[in-house]
Design a protein around this ligand. Sequence first.
Ligand SMILES: [Zn+2]
Length: 92
Amino acid sequence: MKEYKCKYCNAAFEKPLLLARHVRSTHKRAKTREKKAIAIGKESEQINRTIEAIGILKGLQALSNLSQGEKKLLQEVSQRIEELLAYTQRSK
Ligand SMILES: [Zn+2]
């Protein structure tokens, strides 16, 4: 007889319907938690990359062969990103 196994906990069921019900009632919440954890992980990765980008811009600003206009532009861009980052972190 064919068995339908749960891919999360390996429990076996006689009918696909029973398996589906089991997954919904037992694992749905865990799945949501998992998704949320992944989302949070991605977000903090994005924040780290943004901080890195600000660092790169600041490093560029410090280069001596840039014109005042270029330095000002880099300053403005990094400030905009910093503001966005601050806003992102506040809205949590
Ligand atoms: Zn299961």
